[in-house]
Design a protein around this ligand. Structure first.
Ligand code: PFF
Ligand code: NA
Length: 460
């Protein structure tokens, strides 16, 4: 076996396989499932898109997740230092360290705007509980959203509350902070989601919602839709950025990586589908459009809550659910940055969480201003493809369309072609038969090809 493998002796560990599964699921399940998945499914016509998305998760998402967790556990450190460890152990170029570095940078950038959207969700808990949506017209509900985006001070307030929550949890450390918070938050989230689906089932339009999600109409599927599905598979599973590496570095040796990756992916997929089953019946029951875009849950859905019996209660539950999901993902975005700070001499976890968190909070202010005061600032307007993009749009674009797929590509290439095959066998411990060879085949050929297609398409 690989005797030098794994974490330093004083490195903390998840207390069990379940704790890791909950944490990794907490990272995966987030705004991507409850906000993004329903609206991109709505925009891309439903069933056929969902089918392609499911294929992407199974064929590309699961192998990359296993690869990332494997790198993290074998390296036992922050993404950058795990890559450094593994590259030197297998006599490879130091340039592989860039995978970890790019991932950390992507975490940093994503969290800066993810927190602003998390802030929208926080403010909608108050809006909903305060009865702002009850009986309100579509126009006035649209105005609530418009006014929020136009007001930098309110946005800053909620962005700050969100970041303080995240910093506090991460600063307390793996077992007493993150694990404890996640153990409480994840079950609450599942409970709330079940209540929401239960409510949707009681409406007359549940069948329509179900059909929209699960009966594929391939005439509605576009090339763009296929590529969106693949890109979303990365985002929704938190892949290509080292987050799963950082979490994997806390995974005990005896836990099966394959089983774990499959479970986490299934949980994430189940939540996305349940969110769809909770949302589309309400949309259809109120005669609204599935293809409303990013405003689907902040503008369309509140209209439905405003019309339905018990809407204040269910609406408030829904936005609490969104906040919980966003917080557990945000924790995972801060963790790699903090883990790296902690490895630097003389920086405590608390200090690292503060330095990292405050810098991210500051960067988030550019996203807030992009929505109002700076909405006409287009820093890369000299390039045609970036013409109308604000700083917020650019942060979103560069991370999701460039950095994550590139990270995924290099992770697949690293494990598929460069890392010691023996080490991969040891880590996976599924022998070296059909399953192992299929896994390696996917990482060597299928994943790189798929990612390259998306990447080239995005650049064109
Ligand atoms: N997977 C999260 C979601 O679906 O909302 C978003 C995310 C979290 C992306 C962590 C990337 C990441 F590293
Ligand atoms: Na997700």
């Amino acid at each position: 076996t690989d005797s030098t493998a794994g974490a330093k002796a004083d490195h903390p560990m998840w207390s069990s396989r379940l704790a890791f599964i909950l944490a990794a699921s907490g990272s995966a399940v987030g705004l991507g499932n409850i906000w993004k998945f329903p609206y991109i499914t709505g925009e891309n016509g439903g069933g056929a898109f969902v089918l392609v998305y499911l294929l992407c998760i199974a064929l590309i998402g699961i192998p990359i997740m296993a690869a990332e967790v494997m790198i993290g556990r074998r390296g036992g450190r922050s993404p950058i230092n795990s890559m450094r460890q593994l590259a030197s152990r297998d006599g490879l170029s130091k340039r592989w360290v860039w995978i970890g570095g790019m991932g950390m940078l992507a975490s940093f950038l994503i969290l800066s705007f993810y927190s602003v959207i998390g802030g929208w969700a926080l403010s909608y808990v108050g809006n909903s509980a305060g009865g702002l949506f009850a009986g309100a017209s579509a126009d006035s509900i649209g105005a609530i959203f418009g006014n929020l985006l136009a007001d930098p001070y309110t946005l800053l307030l909620w962005h700050s509350v969100f970041m303080v929550l995240v910093i506090m949890i991460v600063a307390r450390g793996v077992s007493s902070g993150m694990e404890k918070a996640i153990n409480i938050l994840m079950p609450i989230m599942f409970g709330l989601l079940l209540v929401m689906v239960g409510y949707a089932m009681s409406t007359d339009s549940f069948g329509d919602g179900f059909k929209f999600l699960f009966s594929p109409d391939f005439s509605k599927l576009t090339t763009e839709g296929v590529l969106t599905a693949l890109g979303h598979a990365f985002f929704t599973l938190s892949l290509g950025m080292g987050v799963m590496m950082a979490y994997g570095s806390y995974l005990p040796k005896n836990v099966s990586i394959v089983k774990t990756a499959v479970t986490v992916s299934m949980v994430d997929t189940a939540v996305a589908l349940m969110a769809g089953l909770a949302i589309f019946p309400l949309v259809f029951a109120n005669g609204m459009e599935a293809g409303a875009g990013p405003g689907l849950i902040f503008q369309t859905l509140p209209i439905a809550f405003g019309q339905m019996p018990g809407g204040v209660f269910f609406g408030t539950l829904f936005f609490i659910l969104l906040v919980v999901a966003a917080v557990t993902s945000a924790i995972s975005l801060l963790e790699p940055v903090v883990e790296w700070f902690e490895e630097q001499k003389g920086i405590s976890r608390l200090k690292g969480a503060l330095i990292g968190g405050i810098s991210i909070w500051l960067l988030g202010i550019t996203t807030i201003l992009s929505l109002n005061v700076w909405s006409d600032v287009h820093p890369l307007a000299m390039f045609e493809r970036f013409e109308g993009k604000t700083i917020f749009d650019l942060l979103d674009y560069v991370t999701a369309n460039l950095m994550m797929p590139l990270g995924g590509l290099f992770i697949a290439l690293f494990v598929g072609w460069f890392m010691s095959k023996q080490a991969a066998e040891n880590e996976l411990s599924i022998g070296n038969g059909v399953a192992f060879n299929l896994f390696m085949f996917v990482l060597r050929f299928i994943t790189p090809a798929a990612v390259l297609v998306v990447f080239v398409y995005n650049l064109m």
